[in-house]
Design a protein around this ligand. Structure first.
Ligand code: ADP
Ligand code: MG
Length: 321
């Protein structure tokens, strides 16, 4: 199967057909109709075989994750997903693999009404790049630099399970069979917090998605906003699977430094705290206050009201150079 047949068969057909797409897949460029009532948020993320997923990983999960990580970036800016392009490099044409990969992409795309409007298909080592665009509010912006000393720090969902799942796959721990599917699902099929992001945009002061671990990602908010933070480790939302598998100290460390949860970490002022909590409760979105920002220039942690040192950082590419 050649390049154009492949594009036609696996990528050109989709159920999402947005009115604001004038021209989708098939021409030299896609054409979208700008909307003066919104700003457009744009993000790109690449997944490389052997770095972000095992070469032989389930192709449906790879497709899901390639889009999910981009949607998670849109979520962190409070944007509503709209359009995406897909650049894929494949070692060979494997029809079964492509069928499942595209199903993984399109299932999630359909759920969030994001349309694939173009891309590029090339031969080489397996790698997937999605560029996603979303609509965001003209007057309410959410970014990393809006946080102030005194604001409260929150996370959505539970943290650390993706890293726990990875440890299981690497043979470093053994997940009990009752927890295995749930935890591995969190690693392979992360659910981007798109709705939460839109609510946080209305009330919050800053947000980031947790891709590299709480310490590292909170660090980005702190440096962008010029604040410090204290995290109350007793309050970290850990899953039953986590607590059943690891002793508390290790669980906490994994939750702080393990990446790929794709939950949102956000901050909110004392004034807007109740408003945001109410909005999240009404939407059925789990959220937990894990600490507070301050005027220092570092991140500290306390456990049982005692200061405690956390030695390891989140994941960084090139950190071994
Ligand atoms: P060009 O050579 O003009 O850059 P291509 O031959 O790369 O165009 O692609 C033909 C059309 O198919 C374009 O509209 C492009 O956006 C689209 N396309 C190519 N690869 C993909 C893909 N993986 N997913 C979606 N659309 C794709
Ligand atoms: Mg091309």
């Amino acid at each position: 199967m050649k390049e154009f047949d492949l594009i036609k068969r696996f990528f050109a057909e989709q159920s999402v057909q947005r009115k604001d797409v004038l021209l989708g897949i098939g021409d030299d460029c896609a054409v979208i109709v700008p909307d003066e009532r919104h700003h457009i948020a744009i993000t790109t993320d690449t997944l490389v075989a052997g770095v972000h997923f095992y070469e032989n990983a389930d192709p449906r999960a790879i497709g899901h994750k390639a889009l999910a990580v981009n949607l998670s970036d849109l979520a962190a800016m409070g944007a509503e997903p709209a359009w995406m392009s897909l650049a894929i490099t494949l070692p060979k044409v494997d029809e079964v693999w492509l069928e499942q990969f595209s199903a993984g992409v399109f299932e999630l795309a359909e759920y969030f009404n994001i349309q694939l409007i173009g891309g590029d298909t090339t031969q080489g080592p397996l790698s997937i790049t999605i560029t996603a665009q979303g609509l965001t509010s003209l007057d309410k912006k959410l970014s990393r630099n809006g946080a102030k000393a005194g604001d409260w720090i929150y996370v959505t969902g539970e943290v650390g399970d993706a890293a726990l799942g990875l440890k299981h796959l690497q043979g470093q721990i053994e997940l009990a069979s009752v927890h295995r599917d749930d935890v591995l699902n969190k690693l392979h099929y992360p659910k981007p917090r798109v709705l939460a992001g839109q609510l946080i945009r209305e009330f919050g002061s800053a947000a980031i998605d947790i891709s590299d671990g709480i310490i590292s990602d909170l660090g980005h908010i702190c440096s962008a906003s010029g604040v410090g933070a204290n995290i109350v480790l007793d309050d970290l939302p850990l899953s039953t699977a986590m607590l059943d598998t690891l002793p508390q100290q290790e669980a906490v460390k994994l939750a702080l430094t393990g990446g790929e949860d794709y939950e949102l970490l956000f901050t909110v002022s004392e004034t807007n705290k109740v408003g945001l909590e109410t909005a999240l409760v009404n939407a059925g979105i789990k959220h937990t206050c894990i600490g507070q920002l301050n005027g220092n220039d570092k991140i500290t942690t306390t456990l049982n009201s005692e200061p405690i040192q956390i030695d390891s950082k989140g994941y960084e590419h090139f950190s071994n150079e």
